[in-house]
Ligand binder design. Structure first.
Ligand SMILES: C[C@H](O)[C@@H](O)[C@@H](O)C(=O)CO
Ligand SMILES: [Mn+2]
Length: 595
């Protein structure tokens, strides 16, 4: 049952054991070794990789080793029946390239050719990659740095790393395919990222675009199209766990206590409704709303908010922040991906980070570069440690996940965990570190509540952003770095200068190289839009592999060369790797190219 449910929802990783087809000695001598390679990788994947719901990945191995075209196609048929979404071919020996290769047009592909010399797996790898390159079906090539003995079942560490990077990126491609981006509302304050482009969604990501007017949220509130029992439960939970902050609004712009209480009810309902719009809710059918119970199959959404909605009604901050977190009144659960200001390009950036890590994502304005000189001038404190070169103030009302408080830990260090690793105590610490301030009514005339927290410093993070450029298409930028912890009084002076009721993350990208990573100022100057998506961990290499699979060039990154992995054909586009990336992406075009 569990298997069947998973098969319907999540694509499996297919493993293709490739063999030298010559019977009468060679093939027979290699059968066990070849199948064993497939089994070892399957174990590696099942031990290390999970689906977004926390279940172990499903790995499907071809029924037999593949020595020629007939077995190759039998494998394809099996994989299609089993909902395989990406393929890894493994071999310890020489086999026949084009006869055994995976020809599927959209499955991400890789080949692991065993680096041994008794039988030449790496020679097959090179020959078959040449065929992939010649046929326009890019594949990653993986082979170990050190020679192994034939029959050695151990997977070397360097090979493990590459096998996992490929599978994470490939699964991200396969999992999002066929789902939707749901735009609730339309363009927010002239932000081009909220001019949702269905062609980009479809051709590059395999996503549909769904659009609903924001009035649908209001209709569902007024007509009570939500689970009323859940609402009561949520209301009690919010009273207990969401502390309301002081009202900093000018006297004449403060809302009455009665209005504020009504707003709490309203924003809780908004949260449930946006979730139900994204993924449906069987309860709605039981109260007579069968159509609404289906939802929009959305793996990511955006809420316009400003200005029409927020000039009139409570803002989306509570709903967005709670949905993006790994917990709510239903307990600890997978985060949703919801973009503030319907910035679909930031929503997609968050989706990439989320699919690679299964962790919650921070959405933020890339607000201010604080040079060390400015910090010293304003506060008297000379920045040091990871703040020494200055830092960037990341802050936005709305979608910053509460996981972004940094109150989950590994060995005392701040982290953001996949939901299945988060403890009750960590969940409570995230909630305690968050204050819900009555929204700034100069900006948000309709009120609401904005989450406020300060991210703990010293957390490894990666900020990324997808930009859409005329004449070029989508490009991705990536900055790995760390969150910064400022002395309390310094934080207060800097934070109080701006929207102090919004969540703050102080970010120091890793710099000191050249171009946009010369220094922190240059990173900020090169950022392609007003927003960034911040993921836990240093996942730049995984984003690069994923971008290559989607044929999206990376226009700036600070990922060390030894972590980077792209399909083999990229090297045919020149040895300047950044230029080669642009040329390769242009030559192949989007993964789901139509016309
Ligand atoms: C309240 C303001 O309108 C903010 O929402 C603004 O700073 C932004 O976030 C722009 O992306
Ligand atoms: Mn913003």
């Amino acid at each position: 049952m569990e298997q069947t449910k998973q098969m319907a929802i999540y694509p499996a990783i297919g493993i293709r054991p490739i063999i030298d087809g010559r019977l009468g000695g060679i093939r027979e001598s290699l059968e066990d070794t070849t199948m064993q390679m497939a089994k070892s990788v399957a174990k590696l994947y099942m031990d290390n990789l999970r689906y977004p719901d926390g279940s172990k990945v499903r790995v499907v191995i071809a029924d037999s080793t593949i020595g020629g075209v007939k077995e190759s196609d039998a494998c394809r048929r099996k994989f299609e029946l089993e909902n395989v979404g990406l393929s890894l071919s493994v071999t310890p020996c020489w086999c026949y390239g084009s006869e055994t290769m995976d020809m599927h047009p959209t499955w991400p592909k890789a080949i692991w050719g065993f680096n041994g010399t008794e039988r030449p797996g790496a020679v097959y790898l090179a020959a078959t990659l040449a065929a992939h390159n010649q046929f326009g079906l890019p594949a990653f090539g993986i082979y170990g740095h050190d020679v192994q003995d034939l029959g050695d079942e151990h997977i070397p560490e360097d090979v493990k790393g590459k096998l996992l990077t490929f599978a994470k990126a490939g699964l991200a491609v396969a999992i999002m395919r066929g789902q939707s981006y749901l735009a609730i509302g339309s363009v927010c304050m002239g932000i081009a990222g909220s001019m949702v482009d269905p062609r980009l969604m479809q051709q590059y990501f395999g996503l549909r675009t769904e659009y609903v007017d924001s009035s649908e949220v209001l209709r569902r509130i007024e007509k009570r199209i939500y689970d009323e029992a859940e609402f009561e439960r949520a209301r009690n939970w919010v009273k207990q766990h969401c502390q309301e902050g002081e009202d900093y609004n000018r006297e004449e712009k403060k809302f009455s206590r009665e209005q504020k209480d009504k707003d709490w009810d309203f924003v809780i309902k908004m949260t449930m409704i946006i979730r139900d719009l994204m993924q449906g809710n069987p309860h709605l059918k039981s109260i007579g709303f069968g159509e609404e119970s289906g939802g929009h199959n959305a793996i990511v959404s955006g809420f316009q908010g400003q200005r029409q909605w927020t000039d009139f009604l409570p803002n989306g901050d509570f709903a967005e922040a709670m949905l993006n977190s790994s917990f709510d009144w239903n307990g600890i659960r997978a985060p949703f991906v919801v973009a503030t200001e319907n910035d679909s390009l930031n929503g997609l950036s968050m989706l990439l980070g989320n699919l690679l890590t299964h962790t919650a994502q921070i959405f933020a304005d890339v607000r201010t570069y604080w040079s060390p000189e400015s910090v010293e001038r304003v506060t008297g404190w000379k920045p040091e440690g990871n703040a020494g070169g200055g830092f960037i103030h990341l802050i936005n009302s709305g979608s910053a996940t509460l996981d972004g408080t940094g109150r989950q830990s590994i060995e005392g260090n701040p982290v953001m965990k996949p939901f299945w690793e988060i403890s009750e105590a960590e969940k409570n610490d995230c909630l305690k570190a968050t204050t819900w301030y009555p929204a700034n009514t100069d900006y948000f005339r309709g009120g609401g509540y904005s989450s406020k927290f300060v991210t703990r410093g010293g957390m490894a993070v990666t900020m990324c952003r997808l930009n859409l450029v005329a004449g070029l298409g989508p490009v991705l930028q990536i900055a790995e770095g760390e969150t910064v912890s400022l002395p309390d009084e310094v934080h207060k002076i800097l934070d109080d200068r701006t929207d102090k009721t919004w969540p703050t993350t102080w970010f120091a990208p890793r710099v000191g190289s050249k171009g946009p990573f010369k220094d922190v100022y240059s990173v900020m100057a090169a950022w392609g839009a007003n927003h960034g998506a911040i993921s836990y961990g240093h996942i730049g290499h995984e984003l690069i592999a994923l971008a290559a699979l989607l044929r999206i060039p990376v226009n700036m990154h600070n990922v060390p060369a030894d972590r980077i992995m792209r399909p083999s054909v990229w090297s045919s586009f020149g040895s300047n790797l950044e230029g080669a990336d642009f040329r390769a992406c242009q030559a192949f075009g989007p993964l789901y190219k139509t016309s």
